[in-house]
Ligand binder design. Structure first.
Ligand code: CP3
Length: 358
């Protein structure tokens, strides 16, 4: 799994871990399963630990990062841990004035909307990410043979928060800057790609076993705009991680029309939301690149289905595992993050069920 790199000394040899075997298109002993947002508000033990600590403060406190990352491993028996952090952590580490507001999400004090603001964006001193490296280092020691997934936000999704100043339904200011001032846009995405790369490199050097690049809101774009304004920047990020030789997962919501382009960005594993059946996702990926190896996919249970009662959940899980057989490898996941009101005992049963199906 590992290739020559300075990260080699810290990375565990987990070649037989189901998650990593599936990511390589091999036939693992069982279908691996983890959940986006598995660490978080669906868990009472998380809510208790976080009481009184703001989200961003938690992200820069290694003890807390370690404990929250471990909670879903102990409770659910998932096949991977995802490092507890947030996509805006590298922006915060660079000195950008922002906060994560409960119930809202990231809020940026001075939105970045013109050339001057882009030029003024600070450089990220990697030393500001030391608490992240420390937490990853402790985690790879504690996790035994469970892989640790590192992650970052992709340039487009981070740009949307920086330009809109917070969460956005239509991304109108983002698209306006992109279309009206392409030079400013590309300068901004280039700077964000630097932050993203730095954040991921710190995690890789500290020993993470795979990475996921979240381009959560890329589905707002046409394929044409994605290819012109986004793909080159995501490509630079993913190419910049090749040295580590670990699987790169690339995910966004509502990206049925973008999946082949997102794979071209350099994804070893393509994340799929619930709108497109996995076998259809595989068909589209193969049709777009007939000479490429058969794709590996991750997904795609609708997180809302977890509220529908066990009979419905079981039927949908079985369907998805069957449809996933069309891929060279399938990592079972939700089609987006766990919602805060989800009953965590249902998640545990999903893990048991996925593991029981051959
Ligand atoms: O998946 C995991 O378990 C790891 C932790 C993780 C968090 N954020 C913790 C978090 C990950 C992978 C993220 C990524 C993230 N953050 C994304 C990409 C994934 C996706 O969902 O599409 C995005 C878009 C963000 C931005 C963000 N941060 C949002 C939309 C929110 C929720 C705001 C809210 O209160 O509803 C956050 C805050 C956040 N990040 C929380 C957690 C557990 C909730 C804050 C809290 O617990 O107080």
């Amino acid at each position: 799994m590992t290739t020559a790199s300075s990260a080699q000394s810290v990375r565990r040899d987990l070649a037989n871990a189901p998650l990593l075997a599936a990511a390589l298109g091999q036939d693992p002993a069982r279908t691996p399963v983890w959940f986006m947002r598995q660490a978080g508000r669906s868990l009472p033990e998380y809510r208790k630990l976080r009481e009184g600590t703001p989200m961003l403060q938690a992200c820069f406190t290694p003890d807390m990062v370690v404990e929250v990352t471990m909670q879903p491993i102990r409770r659910h028996g998932v096949d991977a841990a995802i490092f507890f952090s947030d996509i805006v952590v590298p922006l915060k580490a660079a000195g950008i004035d922002l906060d994560i507001v409960p119930g809202t999400g990231p809020v940026v004090a001075s939105p970045v909307r013109d050339e001057q603001a882009v030029t003024a964006l600070p450089e990220l001193d990697p030393a500001n990410l030391d608490p992240i490296a420390e937490a990853v280092g402790v985690l790879v020691g504690e996790l035994g043979d469970v892989p640790l997934i590192g992650f970052a936000g992709a340039p487009f999704t981070l740009a949307s928060y920086l330009i809109e100043g917070g969460p956005s339904r239509h991304h109108e200011r983002t698209k306006a800057l992109m279309k009206a001032e392409p030079d400013v846009w590309h300068a901004l995405l280039g700077r964000i790609a630097d932050y993203t790369l730095e954040f991921l490199k710190v995690q890789l050097h500290a020993g993470v076993d795979a990475i996921q690049l979240f381009d959560s809101w890329a589905g707002a774009l046409s394929e044409r705009d994605y290819r012109e304004f986004v793909l080159p920047h995501s490509q630079r990020v993913l190419a910049g991680l090749a040295f580590a030789g670990v699987p790169r997962i690339h995910f966004g919501v509502g990206t049925a029309e973008l999946l082949p382009a997102m794979r071209e960005a350099g994804a070893d594993v393509v994340g799929v939301d619930w709108r497109l059946p996995l076998d259809e996702a595989v068909r589209r990926l193969q049709a777009a690149a007939p000479d490429a190896p058969k794709p590996v996919v991750q997904g795609n249970l609708d997180p809302a289905v977890l509220f529908a009662g066990w009979d419905v959940v079981e039927r949908e899980v079985r369907r998805i595992v069957t449809e996933g057989k069309a891929a060279a490898g399938h990592i079972f996941n939700l089609g987006h993050g766990v919602m805060p009101d989800t009953d965590p005992t249902v998640l545990t049963r999903v893990v048991e069920l996925v593991h029981s199906i051959r």
